[in-house]
Design a protein around this ligand. Structure first.
Ligand SMILES: Cc1cc2nc3c(=O)[nH]c(=O)nc-3n(C[C@H](O)[C@H](O)[C@H](O)COP(=O)(O)OP(=O)(O)OC[C@H]3O[C@@H](n4cnc5c(N)ncnc54)[C@H](O)[C@@H]3O)c2cc1C
Length: 364
């Protein structure tokens, strides 16, 4: 059984590798690094709430501890007829059953050099922190965060907080194409986040789509040029491109994610499963949040085992409401649950507790 990507939806199966091994199944995990970086704590790494290693999970150790094996590599494609995945740099791995949890990416922008840092992979937040701290004293640092969703708002708040704490002179600007921040959040949460960012000195620019990126400058849709020393791009997150342009083709949703049915099983091939951001659940993208991948984990584990044994599969039922807490970088959190939103130290305490427990469960 091949697990392509050690993402959130695979963690439960990785933790339980020994069950597969006990059924005589050889589990192989392919991941570019031995670590998965847990996103819930990623922006806390910018402000210094956590050291950079605090949010990593050793997926290699998980699979090997259960008797499986680890291949350090990157999956580039899927050959359904041969039942194999291709790897970057050549080579392929054959499977009887495969599951994909490769996450998502922010497509690269050309011509910007190292000036633009995408928020994905989430371990890039370490680079954001280092670039802020490494800025030469003298000139004021101009940080531009592109995207007013949860990730962009968290990055802006935590970057501003780091600069204040470490006396880095400069300013954070948040550019959002639409008319509001946190589009899918309740009105109260939007008001809280905007007030918080502005109180921290962040310049919030709504209705400001960024059309192109150069070195040291970005151009807005209405022809303005914004100068910056560092740009963090928190927009345009899409599933990894592994499932596009395959022959024979594999069904994907509009966003290019692997199209699965409600059993998290590819509609093109019953031997292929998947979860997390790289999947289009019943053809539609679920919110790109780790909480969905985590909730899919036990269902995926059950279904992989059931597929191997020829037993009935279990449906994944996405939760209608879910809790997420934004780290505001000042010891407070903004918690959102359905139509409810509240801000305070208690929200941040709750977030710390949930995140730390999660990482502890899978061992650091
Ligand atoms: C700054 C930021 C903060 C966030 N905070 C939260 C939060 O607080 N709560 C929340 O619920 N969500 C949060 N999210 C969203 C969350 O990051 C994603 O929804 C979640 O990571 C998706 O999980 P996944 O398992 O699909 O992918 P990932 O967690 O990204 O895991 C994918 C794995 O696959 C590996 N991989 C990638 N490409 C390949 C390849 N070609 N071959 C093999 N392996 C590969 C990766 O290295 C990685 O180990 C945040 C996102 C960002 C950007």
């Amino acid at each position: 059984m091949l697990l392509a990507g050690g993402g959130h939806a695979h963690l439960y199966s990785l933790l339980n590798t020994r069950f597969f091994a006990g059924c005589g199944v050889n589990v192989v995990l392919v991941n570019p690094s031995r670590f998965l970086y847990y996103s819930g704590m990623a922006t806390g790494v910018i402000s210094g709430d956590y050291p950079p290693v605090a949010n990593r999970i050793d997926v290699r150790r998980l699979v090997e501890r259960g008797g499986g094996s680890f291949v350090q590599g990157r999956v580039t494609g899927l050959r359904l007829r041969e039942r194999a995945v291709t790897l970057e740099g050549g080579g392929a791995i054959r499977y009887d059953l495969a599951s994909f949890c490769l996450g998502s990416e922010v497509p690269a922008v050309s011509g910007s050099g190292g000036f633009v840092i995408p928020v994905k992979p989430v371990e890039n937040t370490v680079e954001v922190r280092n670039r802020i701290l490494g800025h030469r004293a003298g000139s004021a640092l101009r940080v531009l965060v592109v995207g007013g969703g949860a990730a962009g708002c968290e990055v802006a708040a935590n970057a501003a907080s780091l600069m204040a704490r470490e006396n880095v002179r400069g300013r954070v600007t948040l550019a959002e194409a639409g008319p509001i921040l946190l589009e899918s959040a309740p009105e109260k949460a939007r008001r809280i986040i905007r007030r918080h960012l502005e109180n921290r000195g962040v310049a919030v620019c709504l209705g400001t789509p960024i059309r192109s990126y150069g070195r040291g400058v970005v151009h807005t849709g209405d022809g303005r040029a914004l100068e910056a020393d560092l740009v963090v791009r928190a927009v345009g997150v899409v599933p990894r491109s592994v499932f596009r342009g395959l022959s024979p083709p594999v069904a994907t949703g509009e966003d290019g994610g692997l199209w699965t049915n409600h059993f998290l099983q590819s509609i093109s091939d019953p031997r292929v499963f998947g979860g997390g951001d790289s999947v289009s659940f019943r053809g539609e993208a679920l919110p790109r949040l780790g909480v969905f991948g985590v909730r899919q984990g036990p269902v995926l584990f059950h279904n992989l085992l059931a597929a191997l044994r020829g037993e009935p599969l279990r449906e994944f039922k996405p939760q209608g409401r879910y809790l997420y807490v934004l780290n505001l970088g000042d010891g407070t959190g903004l918690a959102v649950y359905g139509p409810l939103a509240w801000r305070g130290r208690s929200a941040m305490k709750l977030k710390h507790a949930i995140d730390r427990r999660f990482v502890r469960r899978y061992g650091v």
